[in-house]
Design a protein around this ligand. Sequence first.
Ligand SMILES: CC(C)(COP(=O)(O)OP(=O)(O)OC[C@H]1O[C@@H](n2cnc3c(N)ncnc32)[C@H](O)[C@@H]1OP(=O)(O)O)[C@@H](O)C(=O)NCCC(=O)NCCS
Length: 197
Amino acid sequence: MLNLKLKTKRLNLVSTSKELISAFLERKLTNYYDWFGDEKVNEFNSHGLFPQSQKELTDFFNRCENDKSLSSFMIIDKATNKHIGQCSLQRIDYINRSAEFAIVIGELDYHGKGIATECLQKLFEHGFLKLGLNRIWSGTSILNIGMQKVFEKCGFKQEGIYRQAQFLNGSLKDIICYALLRSEWDVHKVKEIENEK
Ligand SMILES: CC(C)(COP(=O)(O)OP(=O)(O)OC[C@H]1O[C@@H](n2cnc3c(N)ncnc32)[C@H](O)[C@@H]1OP(=O)(O)O)[C@@H](O)C(=O)NCCC(=O)NCCS
């Protein structure tokens, strides 16, 4: 398999493969298999509800390599070469030109350092300019303030609320839905450049 490699200032986003994760494991540069069972990392999502079987993991890695509706990346910190999380464009729909964005930063000491924002900027470029997408969407728990801030910072528009859509810690919570269109991304980028001047 040939890996895709997208670069940002601090990160390499490398397409997910079982071989690469095994190589990182051997060199003690990833805790990948621990992240999805970690209560804190999965505070606002549905990972960690059931154990993951070997077959489910194998199916996931097969999809990463063969399924064109999924573009999954390992987030690697360039400074330490550590694998710190995963991000993806998934449910890629080439007819309606849309995809869902998802991210998990598994290493808690990398939270709050702008990593999600940096990943999203790169996946916008990949999605809009390489894959020809027109719409990137996502959703998050009403309790996930960090993720909401990331979406707003990156120019996403709130589209609505799925009411009582997520059972979390004993009660049903709302999910906030966001999306960014290609035309809005262009405007957001211009504003960012102007703010940097
Ligand atoms: C949610 C998550 C992706 C955010 O990633 P991150 O790299 O920490 O986010 P950033 O550093 O880019 O944060 C962007 C802004 O949100 C703020 N922020 C991040 N986490 C926050 C939190 N828990 N509470 C309040 N604000 C938070 C940052 O301070 C930053 O604000 P600023 O630009 O004004 O300084 C990360 O915490 C994570 O992976 N969590 C576990 C998995 C998860 O929830 N995934 C999303 C499921 S929908």
